[in-house]
Design a protein around this ligand. Structure first.
Ligand code: HH2
Length: 273
């Protein structure tokens, strides 16, 4: 899953793809590098980020989804949003996957929309909200707590009419977690994979990698690939990354070594509503 951030303030590439033409070209490049999914987002969720009004998020996201869909390439377009209004417009424009970092806790209309359109979704764990999530996060046992949360949110999604096969789960690396929490989740990712749904892993360029390596945000590709390879070995199947070429090569070699099947999913190019 390649990341296309159409934002002025994303933590690693804010401002680089605000122009729709640049964002669409970036999407094309990520697809050519091996992305099976491109995740288009118009609201940063970095620690301390301020919420973006739906109107502005729509203005950022919809032309880019439309443009990438118009390329006619074999890719699934994801919209990274917590708002049903934005998701609906993105699905109309050609997206077929909803990536909600709040796991349907922000907008009660979002699960019904995903159910009605029959599209894939990602439910992610976050402790608190982006504005405050890194202020002293605490867990009894981070892996058990995240697992219980994901199980509960998956149950809520199924109750809202979403088919279980459409649901993917994400531990939310960096979302209300210390360095130690992130490493514990990575080390014990197999316990989350035991929930029986594909695990999405979003470690790309995140600050915990900089804490370990001392590298700036654009120099964390090697740290990112290390986490993806370890994640694959422990059951992750979707890797949300900025540096698709490097990660795709690393995963191909790791998957061949493990004789694992990767990519693990077929790629729908249209919505199934
Ligand atoms: N991380 C970010 C945003 N969306 N979605 C999922 N499912 N998992 C993640 O780990 C995840 C996510 C943060 O990364 P990025 O989009 O690059 O930054 P920003 O939120 O500042 O735009």
């Amino acid at each position: 899953m390649g990341v296309v951030n159409v934002t002025p303030d994303s933590f690693s590439d804010g401002g680089a793809f605000q122009d729709p033409v640049a964002a669409i070209a970036h999407g094309r490049r990520l697809i050519s590098e091996g992305a099976a999914i491109v995740d288009v987002g118009g609201e940063s969720t970095r620690p301390g980020a301020a919420p973006v009004p739906a109107e502005e998020e729509l203005r950022r996201v919809v032309p880019v989804v439309e443009g990438i869909a118009g390329l006619g390439l074999p890719v699934q377009i994801s919209v990274d949003t917590m708002k049903a209004e934005v998701a609906a417009a993105a699905l109309d424009a050609g997206a077929a996957y909803v990536n909600d970092v709040t796991a349907f806790r922000h907008d009660p209309d979002l699960p019904a929309l995903v159910a009605e359109r029959g599209v894939d979704c990602c439910l992610m764990h976050m402790l608190g909200e982006p504005r405050t999530m890194q202020e002293n996060p605490r867990y009894d046992d981070v892996v058990s707590d995240v697992k219980a949360f994901l199980e509960e949110r998956m149950g809520a999604a199924v109750s809202a009419g979403i088919a279980e096969e459409r649901i993917q789960l994400d531990p939310g690396i960096g979302f209300g977690k210390t360095l130690e929490h992130n490493l514990e989740l990575l080390r014990r990712l197999d316990e989350l994979a035991a929930l029986g749904r594909p695990i999405v892993l979003g470690t790309s360029r995140k600050s915990f990698l900089g804490r370990i390596t001392g590298r700036d945000v654009t120099e964390r590709v090697h740290g990112t690939t290390a986490t993806c390879v370890m994640g694959l070995e422990r059951g992750a199947r979707v890797f949300r990354v900025h540096d698709v070429a490097a990660v795709a090569d690393s995963l191909s070699v790791a998957a061949a070594t493990l004789a694992a099947r990767w990519p693990a999913t077929t790629i729908p190019t249209t919505t199934t509503s």
